[in-house]
Design a protein around this ligand. Sequence first.
Ligand code: PTT
Ligand code: SF4
Length: 609
Amino acid sequence: MYGWNGVFLQVNLSKNKAVAETYNASLALNFLGGRGFAIKILWDKLKPGTDPLSPDNKLIFAAGPLTGFGVPNSGKLVVAAKSPLTGGYGDGNIGTYAAVQMRKAGFDAVIIEGKAEVPVVLRIKDKVAEFVDAKDFWGLNSFETEAQLHNLYGRSAGIVSIGPAGEHLVKFATVVSQEGRAGGRPGMGAVMGSKNLKAVVFEGSGDLSAADPKDMKALGTDGYREVLTKPNYPFWKRQGTMSTIEWSQENSALPTCNFSESVFDKADKLGGFAMEKIKVANRGCPQCNMTCGNVVKDSEKKDAELDYENVVMLGSNIGVGNLKQAAALNRMADELGLDTISLGNVIGFAIETSQRKRILEKYHWGKYRELKMLVEDIAYRRGFGDILAEGVQAAAAKIGHGAADWAMHVKGLEISAYDCHAAPAMALAYATSSIGAHHKDAWVIGWEIQFGRSSYSDEKVEKVIDFQRLRGGVFESLVLCRFPLVELGFELEWYLKFLRAATGTELSWPALNYIADRILSLIRAFWIREYGKNWTSEMDMPPLRWFKEPLTQGPLKGAKLDSEKFSAMLQNYYKKRGWDQRGIPKKATLTKLGMSTVAKELGKYVELS
Ligand code: PTT
Ligand code: SF4
């Protein structure tokens, strides 16, 4: 095989054992890599009903066929497992040298099961795996861990680690790398912690083999050059994703005070232009010349890396209108290994619950010192932090007294930073995303705002599906950053050329879309198998707040979603996907996607149409 290494590393931490396993070309051609590999492995090998925090869960690091080649934005890695936060499929996408080093060490994926008796660091150096005692690392934050491991193994080692949140099994703990890349929103860091695995170090010295190495090299050079010519490139380097704050404010989509409003009176203090005034550097993922991580000095005088989601969720959504303070909370999240989006949600929820006097604890919008302590309490599961560490859905269930009405999530995963009181298509994207309420599969709100917000049209459903195919299916499985395409208009044709040169295979967009549908339907089958008879289409409904409580401020005052129209839109979505009225893939759909064996297996858990 060209492009793909054709080898997975299977690691059992209970047995201190690591075995390389080859896989065949049909797996690569049917599932591509990254998310595609992860779901195929979980579907085939994870026993249904497995406790996500038990040794039996499988933590998967998976790359794609272009990872590690010198082509734009190919330095990312998917981290996946059954999620402890949602009970369904969970993954994240992290930019890290670990991706490049894993591929150069000869592996396309590393699959980790079992639980080490004492904390360990897994070191993978070319074909050899070593289990290193990590008692000196346990308790360190992710920055300290990575720095010490670099001292031991050198600057070029690729490292992913967890902080105290992962060790304490916080259900939205992430995996962290390079002081500011974080991935695995639905608790991938907790899965790592449950295995007593503090870090994975990758060191590779091999060469990746391309079908046409000369073409690969030339295409890479041309591709990077092309990125630099794009008109939006200079502004992107200045602000990265941060300019979205002004855009969301202008368009009434900026989550404010636990998604109760969609405009924030201090938005200009948090936005891209405010950030530029305190910016000290750009940072980014490997293999990328767009480096969009904005490094600023935070209110504690430390370096913190800012993106749109981070600043909104730990800014306007919790009433913090001071960018340096929002930055400091973000740095804490990175050090502790907490997902910023879920963190901003649970804090917003806690403040609102306190203000509504449903709990005795006192929390206030925008009170930095108080909220800083709460962040630590969550990471170390102290006091009320222990309840919030379970995620907003579980916290609301525990508190009762109607708290579920302001718990912002879908299927247990907290909502990303786009308010949907007036964005039905974006609400559908959250509702049907592969991992719960995350925006990566279908960031449709940009298009929706341009073409009309109020409708629940057929065109909107088609658009969500198109976005999900391209981003959630193809980009997550090739494991490529989508920003060159989305933000700069780097043309899709480039990717077909890269794939041809790397793998020797001619793939067309229709063929890739077909693979994407297979991957997304298998993910859906995984969720249904886990939930069995408890699965209902209610699980695909966005939070009640967007239907029940209209906006009271801003240009869209009075806006809210219409539940009847939304339900009809959801049914239309199911129909177009070939799923039944419950949102379960039909037998014929799975068969058409080459997965009749999946239909057979799924039929053991629910009746298929
Ligand atoms: C992603 C989610 C996002 S999406 C952001 S900001 W964004 C938050 N970042 C966090 C962070 O930082 N620290 C932290 N402790 N928690 C965080 N949680 C949030 O995680 C990220 C970029 C960004 S910045 C985005 S949109 C794009 N996302 C991509 C994607 O999902 N797929 C893909 N093929 N390409 C993408 N490119 C962009 O990557 P998750 P990163 Mg991230 C500090 O991890 O779980 O996928 O959730 O990985 O390397 O930091 O790059 O405005
Ligand atoms: Fe990473 Fe940003 Fe580059 Fe994408 S554009 S690869 S997120 S640095």
